[in-house]
Design a protein around this ligand. Structure first.
Ligand code: AMP
Ligand code: MG
Length: 349
């Protein structure tokens, strides 16, 4: 009886060893964990490879949930809700939200207000992404515009204040990038060397793929349903963040009204762009930049990015012209011949 058991055990071990040595591919040995959830108003998808993959993915999702609870405009206990609903009062702000607020104001200053975290009044007025979006009247736009401007947001060490009632902070253009960087910290703490997270078009890859080749990140075809890609970018330890007019919009009388608002006009930014993708190393910055460049438009945006180090951009216009900054030549591959790649255009004055 005992002997039989021993034989069975030895056979099982032998089979396991055979399967292990049988897979020459490293990929099959390393545990993999995948998960997806609806967080921060978007679909979050994640994958990690490594001994602690399962735990790392779980902890990452939990981290994103924590950040949502701090920075959501609608969760009543969040820093941003409290700030927005208690104007002319200094409100205690958690260090994490403070980092995002500070970076947001910094980008507002650098982009001449094209990126503006006090866009909230206009975002609420347009209601894009809600059930009943409407084209507002001129006077409504004027009023919301008067309640827009980062000069009305004062930041201190651990508190903040909105100095004009009616001004509302909205971190929708930057918080997902911060979350992606936090996910990176979480997975690295678990010793993970290969992972990616995608927060609704905000992609961050950690390391390369298990087989040692780069991750292949698809750039969404702005004309088609989610998942249809028009280009592939090879990525190792990189982020690819896309802002597009197709993400959230409504149509009225044949016109598209999308969710990226020009803080100077109060209307969705109108500059014949379909999407802007930033390719760089830091998702936090890339998120703010993709939104900012979308508002700036082709010429100004391209110039702005070409002046930055280690940051690249791909801009798709309504004519399906694809403009890429100089650092992208060798890592982007256009997959769809409807698009015309335009390289080396000089955007200097
Ligand atoms: P993204 O998808 O990262 O480009 O962010 C778009 C979101 O950012 C919108 O849904 C708004 O919540 C917010 N937003 C819209 N316009 C602006 C702007 N000009 N500056 C900063 N945030 C904006
Ligand atoms: Mg953004």
């Amino acid at each position: 009886m005992l002997k039989n058991k021993k034989i069975i055990l030895i056979t099982i071990i032998a089979v396991i060893l055979l399967t292990l040595t049988g897979c020459s591919n490293k990929e099959e040995k390393i545990p993999q964990a995948d998960d997806s959830a609806f967080l921060m108003d978007t679909l979050v998808q994640m994958r990690a490879h490594g001994e602690n993959a399962e735990k790392a993915v779980e902890a990452s999702m939990e981290r994103i949930r924590e950040l949502e609870n701090l920075m959501s405009k609608t969760i009543e206990t969040s820093d941003i809700y409290k700030l927005n609903n208690s104007p002319e009062m200094k409100i205690d702000i958690n260090q994490e939200s403070m980092k995002v607020l500070k970076k947001a104001v910094n980008y507002a200053e650098q982009t001449d207000g094209n990126f503006d975290p006090t866009i909230g009044a206009l975002v609420e007025l347009w209601g894009i992404g809600t059930k009943n979006p409407e084209v507002p009247s001129e006077s409504e736009i004027k009023r919301a515009l008067s309640n827009t401007g980062y000069q009305y947001l004062k930041l201190y060490d651990s508190s903040a204040e909105i100095t004009r009632p009616g001004v509302k902070v909205d971190l929708g253009g930057i918080a997902k990038g911060f979350a992606a960087e936090e996910v990176k910290k979480v997975v690295e703490n678990y010793g993970i060397e290969h992972a990616f997270v995608n927060l609704g078009g905000n992609v961050l890859v950690i390391g390369d793929k298990v087989d040692g080749t780069p991750w292949k990140i698809g750039i969404q075809d702005p004309r088609k349903d989610r998942g249809n890609v028009m280009a592939i970018v090879d990525a190792v330890d990189k982020t690819i963040v896309t802002s597009g007019n197709y993400e959230r919009y409504f149509e009225k009388d044949g016109k598209i009204y999308h969710h990226i608002i020009d803080p100077k006009t109060g209307y969705p930014a109108e500059n014949n762009l379909l999407s802007v993708s930033i390719i760089s190393e830091n998702s936090f910055d890339a998120d703010a930049l993709s939104t900012a460049v979308y508002v700036m438009g082709l010429k100004k945006g391209m110039k702005f990015i070409e002046n930055m180090e280690d940051v690249n951009v791909m801009i798709i216009t309504e004519d399906l012209d694809v403009y890429i900054s100089s650092g992208l030549k060798d890592i982007v591959e256009i997959k769809d011949s409807d698009f015309n790649l335009i390289e080396g255009e000089n955007f200097a004055d």
